[in-house]
Design a protein around this ligand. Structure first.
Ligand code: MV4
Length: 451
């Protein structure tokens, strides 16, 4: 087992990893930029190394500084968390070269799953349901026209280097295909330096339901059931829940089996997430596979009573998983609390938190790194807390979330708390009747607190 783990991340996920390391008796090293000198992960870690100025490219993305910090503190492993270098194949390989265990996927695995068209081809070989469409990357516009005709409109053009919606275009009729092809490739080139495109039949009003998996060094994998992440705004998840209100026991079995089959086929090691699109007839299709721990992992932990970070560390240390699958015994909802103003287009609202009252009580979990007096730096993403409620039923989890949101006082910056509070009263949300289209029609009601 590792003696000392360097956490190459910041904010709530850095704290989350440090907490599990402490429970496992593993020493921790925090790395921080000068903007995070007063951050909690720095205070909670056993050691802390400043790795540079605020810009991510000069600190949390600076591989040489992070490796140097691991060398001088003699860390034997690095946990990358999510975002930053967590799915950077080059960094994964550099850790191997420096004989530091990367608690994440191998460089080859990251490359394999990061190439979305290639990942899909692999899943088809594995017998995992995929959306009909092109076989791999489309080489020319002529092939694009031909594939669209064979697939049948509407189709979705997607960037192979993509994810999160960049370089993606829905095309409803043939005359729009040329412009979509050109603009999608342009956007993909700009975002990823690669314009490989693939095509799928467009799934209308899908749900985004993902399956948590864990694979070990013996090639065995298990699943820990689903998370419904359909409530998204501009491809940013806002709230997630498990079990999915759209799930049936039969669908859970089939999706779990598909996710395990996919993981074992590619001999996946570590924590991963297989994302699916689910249509209104409950047909499910492979969308992407993420080779990292995800922001929303706590709702799974809450309902199956399992520490995913602990299992990540154990698997990385070569300890086999038990092999059984895990099913929800409770219901959990996560609300991502961002320092953004929901009354003004969710624009970022960095600054100093002057007052903070954290919610608590039975079934309330708050994963956060902020505190009264904390200065939220403008350099990083705007998520400042994850509020998770767990109860026997969905109705009780919603009721608990409403109570916890009402208790959650943050002053000095705008936050998305009012958005989540309104969401918990929205009839379609309360009825579990929502898809990835839900946020397109959502309107914030008048800000009563300032009238
Ligand atoms: C799709 C789709 C409909 N049909 N693929 C969005 C980003 C990336 N994860 C894939 N996405 C989609 N792929 C086909 N064939 C609709 C989406 C989509 C979406 C998917 C999940 C969660 C939110 C979404 C918001 C818009 C579009």
């Amino acid at each position: 087992m590792f003696k000392k783990i360097l956490i190459a991340n910041r904010g709530e996920i850095a704290l989350r990893i440090i907490r599990t390391c402490k429970e496992m008796g593993i020493k921790t090293v925090a790395v921080y930029s000068t903007a995070d000198a007063e951050s909690l992960h720095v205070k909670f870690a056993d050691e802390a190394v400043c790795i540079g100025p605020p810009p991510s490219k000069d600190s949390y993305l600076k591989m040489s500084s992070i490796i140097a910090a691991a060398e001088i503190t003699n860390a034997d492993a690095i946990h990358p968390g999510y975002g930053f270098l967590s799915e950077n194949a080059k960094f994964s390989r550099i850790c191997v070269e420096h004989d530091i265990k990367f608690i994440g996927a191998s460089g080859d695995m990251i490359d394999k799953m990061g190439d979305k068209a290639n990942a899909k081809t692999t899943m088809i070989e594995a017998g995992v349901p995929c959306v009909p469409g092109s076989e791999g990357v489309i080489e020319t516009f002529e092939d694009c026209v031909k594939t669209a005709k064979e697939t049948g409109y509407p189709v979705m053009l997607k960037a192979s280097a993509g994810g999160g919606g960049k370089g993606m275009r829905a095309v409803w009729k043939a005359e729009d295909l040329r412009d979509a092809w050109d603009s999608a490739r342009q956007e993909s080139r700009a975002a990823f330096g690669n314009d490989d495109m693939y095509m799928e039949k467009l799934i209308e009003e899908p749900r985004h339901i993902e399956i948590q998996i864990i694979g070990d060094s013996t090639g065995k994998a298990c699943h820990l059931s689903e998370r419904d992440c359909s409530v998204q705004r501009r491809h940013q998840k806002l709230t997630e829940e498990t079990p999915s209100p759209f799930m049936t026991d039969e669908l859970r079995e089939k999706m779990g089996e598909a996710a395990v089959k996919a993981s074992e086929y590619i001999k996946y090691e570590g924590a991963g997430t297989v994302e699916f699109l689910v249509d209104k007839h409950r047909n499910f299709f492979f969308m992407e596979m993420n080779t990292r721990i995800q922001v929303e992992h706590p709702i799974t932990e809450q309902v199956v009573d399992y520490d995913l970070i602990r299992e990540q560390i154990r698997v990385a240390a070569g300890i086999p998983i038990s092999g059984k699958n895990y099913y929800p015994k409770l219901h959990a909802i996560e609300c991502r609390i961002n320092a953004e103003d929901p009354y003004h287009g969710f624009r970022p609202s960095p600054g100093r938190i002057t007052t903070l009252h954290a919610p608590g009580g039975h079934g309330v979990r708050l994963d956060t790194h902020v505190y009264a007096g904390y200065m939220i730096p403008p350099n990083y993403d705007s998520m400042i807390a994850k509020l998770i409620t767990t109860a026997q039923t969905r109705e009780e989890a919603i009721s608990k979330m409403k109570r916890a949101l009402d208790e959650f006082i943050i002053e000095g910056v705008k936050t998305t708390i009012p958005f989540h509070r309104q969401l918990m009263d929205h009839p379609d949300y309360v009825a579990g009747n929502y898809t990835t289209k839900f946020m397109e029609d959502f309107v914030m009601e008048k800000n009563v607190s300032t009238i």
